[in-house]
Write a protein that binds this ligand. Structure first.
Ligand SMILES: [Zn+2]
Length: 263
C-alpha cells in the first residue's frame, strides 16, 4: 500500500507532467473509478490550466486556474502511468487524462479502490491530518504531545493520520524497530528521550524509503521487499541482534518486531 514516500513520488511525477498544461480529454475507464469521477466531473477538468500539484498526508491535490480541485487518493494499488497519448494503454488503466502537449496521464490501479474526486471552486476542504513527519516543525515535543493524548499501543497510534500524516503499516513497523520500541508499548507512556528516538527513526525510514531512493538514483537495483529491516521478516534473524523476528496482529494489521532489542 502506498505510504508517504510513494505518494510523494507519485505527486512529483504528476507535477512534472501537468503543471501549466490543460487537459483536452478526461475520462474514467472503470465503474468503481466512475462513481466519484463522473462524466460531468471529467468535463469540468477540460480547459482550465493546472496551477499546482501538492501532497498532504496520502492525498494528492491538483489545483486548476478556475480554483477547481482534483483530489486523488491512491488507496491500495493506485499509481500514475505517464506517457504519450498514442502509446498502448497500460494495464489496469482506470482513468485517462490527455494534456494539450500530447502527454497521457493514466491512473492505473489493479484493485480499483483508488478515488479521484473533483471539487467545485472553493468547495475543497482538507481532512484533519497530523503533522507531516518530514517537515521541520515535526519535533520530538510535537510528537510527545500528540502521543500523550492517545490511549492504546504505539503501533496503531502511528497509523492514525490525525496523529502523523502519511505513515502506514510498513514504515510504522520499521520506525519502531529503528527506535527499539516494542509495538505494544502504551503510546502515552513513552518518555521524551524515547520519543526523540522515535521521531528521528520515523524521519530516517521515510527518507531511506525505496521510492525515495528510487527517485534519487533513477534506477532501482534491489527488489523493494529486501530493503525492509523488520517488516515481513517473521522467523528471520533480527539484523541488529539475530533473535528471530516475531509477528503479532494489532487492530487487524500484522506487526513485526524483535522481542530482544525492542523494549
Ligand atoms: Zn533484535
Amino acid at each position: 500500500m502506498p505510504e508517504l514516500p510513494e505518494v510523494e513520488d507519485a505527486a512529483r511525477r504528476l507535477r512534472a507532467a501537468i503543471i501549466g498544461r490543460t487537459f483536452v480529454t478526461a475520462r474514467a475507464l472503470h465503474p468503481s473509478t466512475a462513481r466519484a469521477l463522473t462524466d460531468v466531473a471529467c468535463q469540468q477538468l477540460i480547459g482550465p490550466r493546472v496551477i499546482s500539484v501538492d501532497r498532504r498526508a496520502k492525498l494528492q491535490i491538483v489545483r486548476f486556474a478556475d480554483d477547481r480541485v482534483l483530489a486523488v487518493h491512491l488507496r491500495m494499488t493506485g499509481d500514475w502511468d505517464i506517457g504519450r497519448h498514442d502509446d498502448p494503454a497500460p494495464p489496469y488503466e482506470r482513468a485517462r487524462f490527455t494534456c494539450d502537449d500530447g502527454t497521457r496521464i493514466s491512473f492505473v490501479d489493479s484493485r480499483a479502490f483508488g478515488v479521484l474526486t473533483v471539487h467545485d471552486p472553493g468547495a475543497f476542504t482538507l481532512p484533519v491530518y497530523g503533522p507531516e513527519p518530514l517537515d521541520a516543525d515535526f519535533t520530538a515535543t510535537v510528537l510527545l504531545t500528540a502521543l500523550q493524548a492517545q490511549r492504546g499501543p504505539i503501533k496503531p497510534v502511528l497509523l492514525d493520520q490525525r496523529v502523523i500524516a502519511g505513515l502506514g503499516n510498513i514504515y510504522a513497523a520499521e520506525a519502531l524497530w529503528e527506535a527499539r520500541i516494542r509495538p505494544d508499548t502504551a503510546a502515552n507512556r513513552i518518555a521524551l528521550l524515547r520519543v526523540t528516538r522515535l521521531r528521528d527513526a520515523i524521519r530516517l525510514v521515510l527518507q531511506q524509503a525505496p521510492s525515495m531512493r528510487y527517485y534519487e538514483r533513477v534506477e532501482r537495483v534491489e527488489p523493494v521487499d529486501e530493503l525492509w529491516r523488520v517488516y515481513d521478516r517473521e522467523g528471520q534473524p533480527c539484523l541488529r541482534c539475530t533473535a528471530p523476528i516475531v509477528r503479532i496482529v494489532q487492530k487487524g494489521r500484522s506487526t513485526f518486531y524483535c522481542r530482544r532489542c525492542q523494549r
